[in-house]
Design a protein around this ligand. Structure first.
Ligand SMILES: C[S@@+](CC[C@H](N)C(=O)[O-])C[C@H]1O[C@@H](n2cnc3c(N)ncnc32)[C@H](O)[C@@H]1O
Length: 343
């Protein structure tokens, strides 16, 4: 009943220039189940956004990034296409790249190429919970970049970071792209950097963080497919959390009985994404041995996506104890890449 994509027995799958560490093989289903039990029993129901990702979820997200309205990916690609050599020039000799939530790592290729142009050899360490998707992408990368050594870590960010000290004995650039930092509120984001990420780094290491910028609501609404009920791809991606509960925990969610509800909250500078129950209904999750009641119109929170202005970014660095070393922007100045130095 509680078998996840990432939980099946894996054949040995290391290759000539890549290997994997899997830190979620044996307890992923338990963690997923307890998280879902907690989130659906809360007064404001929620499902953590990480649970939208398995292979299907990662593929759906990848399709969203190809939508011309999804500017965060296009802007980040534009910045890296233009400035990757300049970013590489800011880094110490022999710097290894560690990427949190690497996904397809398509944009990262631009930076990897710039590092390889500089040093001819590099180490890349992507960390992602979507294990099969990570493995597939590592294999593709290894074929395309024979001089790249890759250590793929299938793990939650923080578990993944805990192995770095044993595995990497050279300067690190930690990448957190795709504006994923925006899922945490601004104070919590600084806390994550300060308490979870910086402790995995050494003085002199660096962090490159993709941060989406505040702007008028219109392009943000188009990027996130708001109003939410009109957009089938983003709806399918969000519903993947429900489908995972059905598949992996024996749930009986009928996704058609939920609608996507998404809007930009200009006061708080954040996108808010929910699933809304279209009727009074009860859903049973067999492996939890319990049912959950949903009222018509009740919301299940999926994620926020916070947008920053320059003061917010400066404040983030200050609160996290990081020095903002350099920034790069796309032509429209809708998006930023921020290089922070660990003191
Ligand atoms: C929004 S996607 C971004 C992917 C890629 N960085 C990009 O910019 O296109 C988030 C990625 O982070 C991974 N992810 C989400 N939460 C995670 C967590 N807590 N630990 C590890 N990976 C996570 C997902 O599987 C997914 O690949």
């Amino acid at each position: 009943m509680s078998i996840s994509h990432d939980n099946k027995e894996e054949p040995p799958c290391d290759g000539p220039n890549y290997r994997f560490i899997n830190l979620i093989a044996h307890n992923a289903a338990d963690t997923f189940a307890s998280d879902i039990a907690k989130g659906l029993a809360a007064p404001q129901k929620y499902i953590r956004s990480m649970h939208m990702y398995d292979t299907d979820g990662s593929e759906l997200f990848e399709r969203i990034t190809q939508d011309q309205d999804y500017y965060p990916t296009h802007a980040e690609t534009e910045i890296l296409a233009r400035f990757a050599p300049e970013i590489a020039a800011c880094l110490a000799e022999n710097t290894a790249l560690v990427e949190l939530g690497s996904g397809s790592a398509k944009k990262t290729r631009l930076l990897l190429q710039a590092l390889l142009d500089k040093h001819n050899h590099a180490l890349f360490c992507p960390i992602d919970i979507s294990g099969d998707f990570l493995r597939e992408n590592v294999r593709c990368l290894s074929g395309d970049f024979p001089n790249l050594e890759i250590l793929g870590i299938v793990a939650d960010y923080y578990a993944g970071l805990s192995v770095l000290a044993n595995e990497i004995h050279q300067p690190i650039l930690m990448l957190w792209l795709g504006t994923d930092i925006g899922h945490a509120d601004r104070n919590a984001a600084a806390g994550l950097l300060r308490d979870k990420m910086i402790p995995a780094l050494k003085p002199g290491d660096r962090l490159l963080v993709g941060i989406d910028l505040k702007k008028s609501a219109e392009p943000i609404h188009r990027a996130y497919g708001c109003p939410g009920d009109k957009e089938p791809l983003r709806y399918a991606f969000n519903c993947n959390a429900l489908r995972r509960i059905n598949r992996e925990l024996g749930g009986n969610f009928i996704t058609e009985k939920f609608q996507r509800y998404c809007f930009y909250n200009e006061t708080l500078g954040r996108i808010e994404t929910y699933l809304k129950s279209l009727c009074d209904q009860q859903v049973t999750v067999a492996s939890l041995g319990r049912s959950f009641d949903f009222k018509e119109g009740e919301l299940v929170h999926l994620h926020f996506a916070y947008k920053y202005d320059q003061d917010d970014i400066l404040q983030l660095g200050k609160a996290a104890g990081l020095k903002l070393q350099q920034q790069w922007f796309d032509e429209k100045a809708w998006y930023s890449l921020n290089l922070f130095a660990v003191a």
